[in-house]
Write a protein that binds this ligand. Sequence first.
Ligand code: CP
Length: 305
Amino acid sequence: MKRKDILGIKDLSKSEVNEILSTANTMRDMLDRNERGTSLNGKSVATLFYENSTRTRNSFESAAKKLGAATMSISVAASSVQKGESLVDTGKTLDALKTDFIIIRHPVAGSPRLLAETVKASVINAGDGMNEHPSQAFLDALTATRHFGSLAEKKVVIVGDIKHSRVARSDVLLFGMLGASVTVCGPYTLLPEGIDSLGCEVETDFDRALDGANMVIPLRLQLERMDQAFFSSREEYHEYYGVNEKRLKACADDFIVMHPGPINRGAEIAGDVADGAFSVIEEQVTNGVAVRMAMLQLLATSGEI
Ligand code: CP
């Protein structure tokens, strides 16, 4: 791979996608053997999160440390951002601190690209507004390929709050590149106009969407991005769009349930499904470390930083 930054699936070629997945597969085997790498020895990785995170921030930091890097976690709430410092000025400061990688999460779509154009450090997008979340899509794809092998002809159903979801956008693009068919499903109000142009089917009836599905990915209602209520209650939402045991009978013989987290039990997913035999949610979290190790290593060895 020859690039400085990873900002979205839409920038990546098929060969880059395959290289990231194949390296992540190797990293996952390393994690299972409890081995560490040295490809980031002497490098520094900063996580700069303007939104909350449990999985993404911690798995980037874990990935960096397992490859030998030093990590720096910038808490925006306790930083000079609170004194009015701009994103670009924060980026320049991190460059001056000789930071090699900046992992950024920001509520405004496009912020990682602006930062990447300004700083010398490699920038990885850890989720920007309603735009993209590329490392999440790669960990979903790694989990799926480790289960199914090839994804050609496999059916993915992403259900829930598609409108506000950067995971949905990155997943549609990546699963499509890997040959899967993708259906996005939700109430009309949570299906953004033009989403089909990314290469997916659009469905409002969840039971119809589930017919023959191999992968089901429920999404959380992103209340923090909503300026109005879309459902009167968690129970009503679950009745129409919640993943539960009964509904999953419509899936193909071989299927898995994924979720990017955090999960809201009883809303988009029933608790017994989240903890059940078809759930690979914890596997996704471990694969998240492997994918982020792969991204960091490939950028570190790309000759572009
Ligand atoms: N999936 C995901 O991005 O989780 P966090 O918000 O906990 O990082």
